[in-house]
Design a binder for this molecule. Structure first.
Ligand code: FPP
Length: 232
């Protein structure tokens, strides 16, 4: 176990953009725009709090079923971020990686993402792992198919984890879902076996450093036993 329950990898389900906007009489896309700003603030907060990895759920394999206007809007927001914030990421020391099937994304977004990944690959202050067209079940099935293609003869947990998008990352220590929903919705199912969970009521656009600090306090009080006995 990590000393003093150190929070190294935080994963966040950024939920509640739509409700936040609707309550203000605005479009759902207005909420997603505010969500991008919240993500930028959260990245800075993670650096200030010495968190090393931030995984976020930006677009799920199920989100394609939303109205085309909303899907296109989210894709545009992500590509605008990738195009406009490269230098900001470099200055902050942020390394961007992704999990999910990028092949179905619009070409403009794919190009912008690959450029951002390439330009930030040598940074080491904070890894930001963005789930785009990501679903945990699809990730697990993909891993099995990759192993079959590699003619893997036998498999243990370590071998299997090497075929996941997160092969280079440790498992999340803490998963936060904003907006008061208490479910994982197909997010990092294999990786969260021993993660702690925290479900604040705040909608994602209003999420801030104070919420993370509160979550860290709660997390540090938890006794992570990983199936073993209480540490003395
Ligand atoms: C969930 O809120 C949010 C999303 C499906 C999209 C989140 C995307 C972003 C914040 C953009 C990410 C940007 C970058 C740069 C990676 P919801 O729409 O499900 O909210 P609701 O439950 O209130 O309807």
């Amino acid at each position: 176990m990590k000393a003093n329950n150190k929070l190294e990898h935080l994963a966040i389900i950024m939920d509640g953009n739509g409700r936040w906007a609707t309550r203000r009489g605005k479009s759902r896309l207005f909420g997603h725009k505010a969500g991008v700003e919240s993500l930028k603030r959260t990245v800075s907060a993670c650096i200030e709090l010495d968190i090393k990895i931030l995984s976020v759920f930006a677009f799920s394999t199920e989100n394609w079923s939303r109205p085309k206007e909303e899907v296109d809007g989210i894709m545009n927001l992500i590509s605008d971020f990738c195009e406009q914030d490269v230098q900001r990421c470099v200055d902050l020391g942020v390394k961007v990686v992704t999990m999910g099937d990028l092949s179905r994304l619009p070409d403009k977004l794919k190009t912008a993402l690959l450029n951002l990944i390439q330009k930030t690959k040598d940074n080491n202050k904070l890894i930001v792992n963005v789930g785009i067209n990501y679903g945990a079940r699809a990730e697990i099935v993909r891993a099995v198919n990759l192993m079959l293609a590699d003619r893997v003869k036998s498999c243990d947990e370590k071998t299997f984890a090497n075929y996941l998008y997160t092969s280079q990352l440790p498992d999340p220590d803490l998963i936060i879902r904003a907006s008061g929903e208490n479910r994982l919705s197909n997010f990092m199912l294999y990786q969260c076996a021993y993660s702690e969970f925290y479900f604040p009521k705040v909608h994602w656009p209003d999420f801030n450093k104070k919420v993370i600090q509160k979550a860290i306090k709660v997390y540090q009080k938890r006794n992570r036993r990983f199936g073993g006995l209480l540490a003395k």
